[in-house]
Design a protein around this ligand. Sequence first.
Ligand SMILES: [Zn+2]
Length: 363
Amino acid sequence: MSTLAQPRMVALVRDAKGWSQEELATAAGLSQGFISKVENGLTDLAGDQLAALARALECPVSLLTDPARLQGLEVSCLHHRRRHSKMTAAKKRQIEAITNLTRISVEGLAAGIEIVPEVQLHRIDIDSVGDAAEIARMVRAAWRVPSGPIENLTRLLEALGVVIVARALGTSAQDALSTWPTDPAKPPLMVVNTGLPADRYRFTLAHELGHMIMHVLPSDTQEAEADAFASELLAPAAEIGPQLAGLTTRDIPRLLALKQQWRISVAALIRRAKDVGAISDRQYRQFWMQLGQLGWRTREPGELSPETPQTLQRILQTHRTEHGYTEKELAAAAAMLPRTFARRYGGQRPSQPPTRLHVVPSR
Ligand SMILES: [Zn+2]
């Protein structure tokens, strides 16, 4: 293994901290000019200076020097579910860097483990199908999802081999990011912001899944397509349409009951009512005003029971019980300092019955 820092990795770990070169230089007791040269590959970084930089970045030296850790990031397309576009370039770089470092950790931990999905996830070209809702119907059929609401979307996606990691992104402007490298040996990954209400969390997962399946290259229409996919996946028009027929603004109790049944927000149900033609554009605007008056645009009543990802916890469990890994060894596999690893994954144990996904040691 190289003993020199990889320029791109230094920038990646710095970005994940949300630091400028200047801030890293101060924390490491080095000059900004030196950090700039390191990140541009104009000077080598090794020895004491490398150790000082790793200390400041709170990461193992090996993360900064191992070129293999960077390989998985080369080809993955990164998608975002953003609440609004008010985000600085530095913040955007930070959450992308957090996602990339999460992938590095997940791939490190998944080495020696075989994730065997129940059903294989495939990409479907939206240009050949033409309609995101049609693709949602195709995947529901292909995965044999029973008609009606999807009770636990997290378990469904985990059964497809998608790794879902909850991480504090340090902003409310971004709900999730997803990556799926073209290498089939590498798992699709979703990093979802913590603190989302269950309805928004579920819609976010469905939206990200839409990106993973339909979008390889970014396009102007991708956000609307991912939303259309998510809406149809969670609440197929043919099934929810009749339940929304004749809806008026006096039907808030009906919407709250449908929210519990379908596990999607009242706001999403109102959008759905417009999509399926159950309400007019004018009624839709009235509903929207009503939601504002009720203060429901920020927080809706009728909170749903949360869904918790399990795959990563089961990978850790397999390492602990079947491979006899210590927490220190697990931290090394995740390319983290032991204290960072303990804070993020240390106390976590599977809390729900296993998903249909098989996580087995590969021998
Ligand atoms: Zn999106």
